[in-house]
Design a protein around this ligand. Structure first.
Ligand SMILES: [Zn+2]
Length: 288
């Protein structure tokens, strides 16, 4: 081997070592390393579940926390969402109801299979919740949007088509996306008040928060994430919610985007238990 070949080989080794080092550092920076897993790290795990996305890299994958960060892991949260007692999530997004009451939130619908089951359970237990709906789903299922409103639940804009990278687009593109979504919701339920926006994947950016507030919506994050989109089973979903929910918690679940039978089964067990411990509320819309 010539000296130059050796030098080249040496360079490659250095570069590979450096890349491995950064990947390790990146992994560490994205990993929830401390016990308060439910308090906002979910920015990285809410992302890849949306039903319209191809079931690519994450499915089937190892459970979260087994090493590699999700390829969709959000780099957005400036503090990695690690503080356990935050009253604010990434970029000031809400993670707490601001009172002792807790709020259940259901994302990614409406879905003709799962949303009616969730609505039926909430009605059975007299619980009001908040639904973070995707614009194209609202347009496809206006009857379900009306059912959500008619049952006394509140609404949250969850972008037109669950665009996890929405926050990286121009303010005008973000504005158009959010307004199009609101228009679809209002076409279904003209009297609805859409007081909240939740960024898909929790991938908040300053522009998305800014436009969201400009349009009169409060950025809504969460405090408790049972990662039900990963289909961990009803037992695990139930356990996570019961062990992590505290007064004021905003709890993230999904009524769309995949097989939600585990979520529905968990909800059936959770509702009586949560009602025993907490008051539950639909996040207020400012109209009542
Ligand atoms: Zn979502």
């Amino acid at each position: 081997m010539s000296a130059s070949t050796l030098r080249a080989a040496g360079m490659v080794t250095v570069v590979v070592a450096a890349l491995l080092g950064s990947a390790f550092a990146l992994g560490r920076s994205l990993m929830p390393e401390q016990p308060h897993r439910g308090s906002g790290v979910a920015a990285s795990v809410h992302a890849p579940h949306y039903g319209d996305q191809p079931p690519s890299t994450e499915f089937p994958g190892p459970p979260a926390g087994h090493g590699e960060p999700s390829p969709d892991a959000s780099p957005s949260a400036p503090d990695n969402g690690r503080r356990a007692d935050d009253s604010e999530g990434p970029y000031g997004a809400e993670v707490s109801t601001g009172s002792a009451r807790i709020a259940l939130t259901f994302d990614d619908g409406p879905d003709p299979q799962w949303t009616p089951q969730v609505l039926a359970l909430l009605k059975e237990y007299g619980v009001h919740a908040t639904f973070c709906v995707v614009g194209e789903n609202a347009e496809a299922h206006p009857d379900l949007v009306r059912s959500i409103v008619a049952d006394g639940h509140s609404l949250c804009n969850h972008s037109w088509n669950h665009d996890i990278t929405l926050g990286e687009r121009s303010p005008q593109a973000i504005r158009n996306d959010l307004m199009r979504t609101n228009d679809a919701i209002l076409a279904a339920a003209p009297d609805a008040r859409i007081a909240y926006f939740r960024q898909p994947g929790g991938a908040w950016t300053y522009p998305v928060v800014s436009v969201c507030e400009e349009l009169g919506m409060t950025p809504l994050h969460w405090a408790v994430d049972p990662t039900d989109w990963q289909v961990p089973g009803a037992d695990k979903i139930t356990e996570t919610v019961l062990t992590q929910t505290r007064p004021g918690s905003i709890v993230l679940m999904h009524d769309a985007g995949g097989d939600r039978s585990g979520t529905v089964e968990a909800l059936q067990r959770l509702l009586p238990e949560l009602l025993h411990r907490f008051q539950l509320e639909a996040l207020p819309t400012g109209t009542t």
